[in-house]
Design a protein around this ligand. Structure first.
Ligand code: NAP
Length: 285
């Protein structure tokens, strides 16, 4: 049971976590922090939080669990603001989509990263942003990856694990660098492909017609291109190396496919399509 939960960044992920923990009865008071007073006001109105503050340092005082849910590019500023104010014994965690950059941000803010800091990442989300997109069911049956560091105290990891289990998630642990490589391939690459495809088509001369005849497949493939551009700019910059590796591998394979199409190489084309279908059917059902 969390006595006082402080969530910094009341968007879709922070808001969803607050909702999930409240409906599970897993926390007492919920204090919300955001830089947008409108967002905070709405969060109180919707019953997502009990108390609001735009000052993160003030808000973390007395909280036994602090969750930082801002875009990864804003983590350093938030950590710097809360570092001197977090109560002794409080656990601090985050939900950022990249982990090496968050650990670097914590290092900049604290110099010695506290034993009670537990980096984390829920593998759940939506292309919608803001408190209106908060959904208490978002984490049901979804994975959360924690990437504890050598100095992270086990009791702190267990407290964060219990929090996510109460929100309905299944918790696993991974090493920071491995997390960023895996997520570059499984999440960051597909998002960039979707953004790039829509942008390419939107710049085409016949764009009106293209979008008019866009069918279900186009909608399915491009849904994630409606995600927040600021969040995704931050992820691109924060996970540069692994994203560039994933893009290079993809570009090589795409060039091979283009060559096969140009040469009318039926066998190559069919082999790639069959292999992809089999893999997707096996992993995604
Ligand atoms: P969001 O809906 O845009 O919410 C982020 C909130 O943080 C916004 O209300 C934003 O305010 C606020 N904020 C930004 N900078 C701040 C600062 N310095 N101090 C206080 N509040 C600040 O984004 P989200 O989807 O919840 O994502 C939040 C985090 O979760 C990100 O790190 C993201 O990488 C991670 N994540 C997202 C997903 C997903 O699919 N959405 C999944 C897993 C993890 P403004 O609106 O004024 O900018």
């Amino acid at each position: 049971m969390i006595k006082r939960l402080c969530i910094i960044g009341l968007g879709s992920i922070g808001g969803s976590l607050a909702r999930a923990l409240r409906s599970a009865g897993a926390c007492g008071e919920v204090v919300g922090v955001d830089r947008d007073p409108e967002q905070l006001h709405r969060a109180v109105e919707l019953g997502v939080i009990d108390r609001q503050d735009t000052d993160a340092a003030k808000a973390v005082a007395g909280a036994d669990m602090v969750v930082v849910a801002v875009p990864v590019g804003a983590m350093t500023a938030v950590f710097r603001a809360i570092a001197p104010a977090v109560s002794a014994g409080a656990v601090v965690t985050d939900v950022g989509s990249t982990k090496a950059s968050v650990v670097m941000a914590a290092n900049e803010a604290w110099r010695n990263i506290p034993e009670n800091f537990v980096p984390g990442h829920p593998i759940a989300g939506t292309e919608k942003s803001g408190i209106e997109a908060a959904n208490g069911e978002l984490f049901q049956g979804r994975r959360v990856i924690l990437t504890p560091l050598a100095q992270t105290r086990r009791t702190a990891v267990e407290r964060v694990r219990e929090m996510w289990v109460a929100a309905g998630a299944e918790v696993t642990e991974m090493e920071v660098v491995h997390h960023d490589e895996v997520l570059a391939a499984t999440s960051h690459l597909p998002h960039l492909l979707a953004f790039n495809l829509v942008d390419t088509l939107a710049n085409a001369e016949e764009q009106e017609e293209i979008f008019q005849y866009a069918a279900g497949g186009f909608r399915d493939f491009t849904r994630i291109a409606s995600s927040d551009p600021v969040m995704w700019r931050d992820i691109c910059l924060a996970n540069r190396g692994p994203i560039l590796d994933a893009l290079a591998k993809f570009s090589t394979n795409l060039a091979e496919l283009a060559k096969a199409i140009g040469q009318g190489d039926e066998e190559y084309i069919l082999t790639v399509l069959r292999r992809a279908k089999a893999a997707r059917d096996r992993f995604c059902g």
